[in-house]
Every structure is written in structure tokens, then in C-alpha cells.
Ligand binder design. Structure first.
Ligand SMILES: Cc1ncc(COP(=O)(O)O)c(C=O)c1O
Length: 407
């Protein structure tokens, strides 16, 4: 049992990240070459090839962030103004705002409070004649139940985007998430399983989607075409060679970094087993969870003050956890609640393109699973540099706090 407070490795700095000579060597090569731009360089192209191979997918495009990757994916499915795209209310806002930039309206399916993920049943309830695509998020590194989701999207003819920003190495029935739908999306932001500080990727099996995504992330300029032009509205989301070099080195370490998270999470499961009022993560039998974060579910009928009280005690003991994760469903953020988008227009919720359609209203009463999930979750910090002593320390703090708060 650990008693003295420990400083936990943090993913905000070197203590919780895995950078070293491999990154430095490739960065040296980039600087020495003088080519920092991917259109002339070699690192980003090589990274795209190797990440595609890692997932056994034919196409990967590297971009500047997870948000840019979501935007690129949404642009590839090319919604008409006022179309609807269904996703989860428990995610980073960067997975939602790109929908608005593409003139489509985010619509929210409920989550299963046990897994924090959307399901085929909750998605199905939100499908309308204006639905253009579905985005599922494999939250915290746990996979959505993909078979029924894929079947639903196939049946309705809806493109399926998988947000794997938090789910590197996560598998469902032995297969990587990000390979079930039409497009898989990843983030390389500082805190992810592998990182370049900022960055992201999209992967697909579909050559036409791949082509659109390459174009969208590069001003839609038809490089190499007989008569190139800027074919459609698009942005510059090209990854730099500097980020590409770091991404390439990180990819070489990814399996070990994931294995470390999984191993320490298993130790944590054991350490917390049987603790009244604090449930360890639920992992469906056909899923490999890769623990972007380790989340516990707090039962307020046992733990006085629930997630907030437990979280406060953990923080006081040096475990910088996040009770309630994003605090409220994404649709209660001002940008969505007050429709703060383009001037005063409230576009794309309002306008002729929505004439005759029912108004999109966000109401927390329609997502009781989300309310329950957020109310009970405490997100524990986690990274690949945790050693047994860190796990034991966190587990000890959780046990002690739960004991003190137990009814
Ligand atoms: C599930 C999910 N999707 C998308 C994003 C956006 O990625 P980024 O921060 O790289 O823009 C994040 C957060 O980083 C995320 O956790």
C-alpha cells in the first residue's frame, strides 16, 4: 500500500510521454533537408503509408488536428446545407463544430451509461429524411458495439464515420476500430495515445472518399492533374514535416505505449475490485479497451456526494481527476444552445434550406443515459508511463476516499 503522496506522470510533459532519440533523429533529418512542407517532403507521406498499414487500410491522410480530421471526413461526405449528422453528446467540441462549418446540423443520440458510447438503438431514434451521416465515438478507448451500428448505417444508406481520437489500438471482435465504417478519424493532440502536440489522420478504404479528403485538406487543388484547378470549397490542413517526423517515431512506439496502458489498467481493475460504490470500467467481452483514460463510475447511493465528492478528495490527495468529464452534454455549450455561428443568422439551423422541416431542438430529457453517465463518471488521469507504484497510489487514494464517503 502506498502512503506518501506521489507525483503522477503527466501527459502534459515529458514525465508521461515517450519522446526520445527516435523523434530527435527524424526531426534532425527534416531540418537538415530544409523541406518543412509535406508537399515536397518525405516524412508525412511515409507516416501516412505506415499508419494505413498499421490499420490494414489502403488510404490515410495526415492533417493538422483531430478537429481538422473530423472536418475533412464531414466534407468528404458532402452534406447539403441543413442536412443532419448524428453523433454523441459526450465528446470534444472539435468533433462537432466541423459539422456546422460544412453547413450541416449536429443531432445527438443518447449513450449507454455503462459504456458512455452511442448504440444502434439510440442512433436509429434520431434518423430522419435529412440525415446525411453518422459519427460514432469510441470514448475513453472503449469500442462502440459496431456490428449493429454498421448494419443500421448500411440499411439506411448512411456513411459511417468512426471517431477514434481516444481509441488507438482498440479492437472490436479482434479488428481495429476505425476500419468498420467509411472513414476513421484520429487525433495526435498532446494527450492522446500517440502525439505530435497537434495533428490528426483520416483513413478510408474508399478511393473516392480518399481523393476528396486529400483535396479538401489541400485547398482542393488538383496536383498532378492534366488541368488542375481549385475544384471546390476547401482549406489547408496539411501536416508539416516536423509533425510528420514525430508522428513516424511515435508510431514505432505505439504498440508498446498501448500495451503499457492496458497492463496498468488491469492492475487497477484488480486493485479496485469489490470496492463498494465505485465501479471499474465496463468492457464488453468482444472489445479490447486501450484506456485513453481510466474511468470509474460512482454510485451516489453509496458514496456521499457522488462523483463530485469523490473527485474532490482525489484531487486533494494529488490525483488530478475530472469528475463529470465534459460537465454537460455538448449540446448545452453556448455555441449549440444559442446557435452562435455565422453572424446573427443561426445558420444552419435556420434558413430556407430547413423550410418544412421540424425545428432541431436539443433537450437533455431526450438523453437520460448521457445525464446519468456524466453525473456518475470520474475520469482518472492515465498514460503509458504509469508504473505499478503509480497505479497502487491512485487505487489507494480511491479506496481511502470511497471509505471515508461511504454511507
Ligand atoms: C473524441 C475526440 N474527437 C475529436 C477531438 C478533437 O481533436 P483535436 O483536439 O486534435 O482537434 C478530440 C480531442 O482532442 C476527441 O477527444
Amino acid at each position: 500500500m502506498a502512503d506518501a503522496p506521489l507525483t503522477l506522470p503527466s501527459d502534459a510533459n515529458a514525465s508521461g510521454r515517450s519522446f526520445g532519440e527516435e523523434e530527435l533523429e527524424l526531426l534532425r533529418q527534416v531540418i537538415a533537408s530544409g523541406t518543412l512542407n509535406c508537399t515536397r517532403g518525405t516524412q508525412v507521406i511515409e507516416f501516412e503509408k505506415r499508419f494505413a498499414r498499421y490499420l490494414d487500410m489502403p488510404h490515410c491522410r495526415a492533417v493538422t488536428s483531430g478537429t481538422a480530421a473530423i472536418h475533412t471526413a464531414v466534407a468528404a461526405v458532402d452534406p447539403e446545407p441543413g442536412d443532419e449528422i448524428i453523433g454523441t453528446p459526450i465528446t470534444d467540441i472539435g468533433a462537432i463544430t466541423p459539422i456546422l462549418y460544412q453547413s450541416a446540423i449536429p443531432v445527438f443520440a443518447d449513450v449507454d451509461p455503462k459504456t458512455y458510447n452511442v448504440t444502434a438503438a439510440t442512433l436509429a431514434k434520431k434518423i430522419t429524411r435529412r440525415t446525411k451521416a453518422v459519427i460514432v465515438t469510441h470514448l475513453f478507448g472503449n469500442a462502440c458495439d459496431m456490428d449493429p451500428i454498421v448494419a443500421l448505417c448500411k440499411d439506411k444508406g448512411l456513411p459511417l464515420i468512426e471517431d477514434c481520437a481516444q481509441a488507438y489500438g482498440t479492437t472490436y471482435k479482434g479488428r481495429h476500430v476505425g476500419t468498420f465504417g467509411d472513414i476513421g478519424v484520429f487525433s495526435l493532440q498532446q494527450g492522446k495515445h500517440m502525439t505530435t502536440g497537434e495533428g490528426g489522420m483520416v483513413v478510408t478504404r474508399d478511393a473516392a472518399l480518399a481523393r476528396r479528403m486529400v483535396l479538401f485538406s489541400d485547398k482542393a487543388w488538383g496536383y498532378g492533374d492534366p488541368k488542375p484547378d481549385h475544384y471546390f470549397l476547401a482549406l489547408n490542413y496539411r501536416m508539416t514535416e516536423l509533425a510528420g517526423a514525430v508522428a513516424l517515431a511515435q508510431l514505432g512506439k505505439l504498440d508498446n505505449m498501448i500495451a503499457a496502458r492496458v497492463r496498468t489498467a488491469a492492475r487497477m481493475d484488480k486493485a479496485l475490485a469489490g470496492l463498494r460504490g465505485v465501479e471499474i470500467p465496463f468492457v464488453p467481452p468482444n472489445v479490447r479497451h486501450t484506456y485513453w483514460k481510466y474511468c470509474v463510475r460512482v454510485d451516489p447511493s453509496v458514496i456521499r456526494g457522488g462523483a463530485d465528492a469523490l473527485g474532490a478528495k482525489l484531487k486533494a490527495a494529488g490525483v488530478f481527476c475530472v469528475p463529470r468529464y465534459i460537465q454537460k452534454p455538448a449540446f448545452e455549450c453556448e455555441v449549440l444552445r444559442d446557435r452562435v455561428t455565422f453572424g446573427k443568422s443561426q445558420f444552419p439551423w435556420v434558413g430556407d434550406h430547413r423550410k418544412g422541416e421540424p425545428e432541431i431542438v436539443y433537450d437533455a430529457k431526450e438523453t437520460p443515459g448521457t445525464t446519468e453517465a456524466l453525473a456518475h463518471v470520474v475520469v482518472l488521469p492515465w498514460n503509458e508511463r504509469y508504473e505499478d507504484k503509480h497505479v497502487d497510489f491512485v487505487a489507494d487514494v480511491v479506496r481511502r476516499a470511497a471509505g471515508e464517503l461511504s454511507a
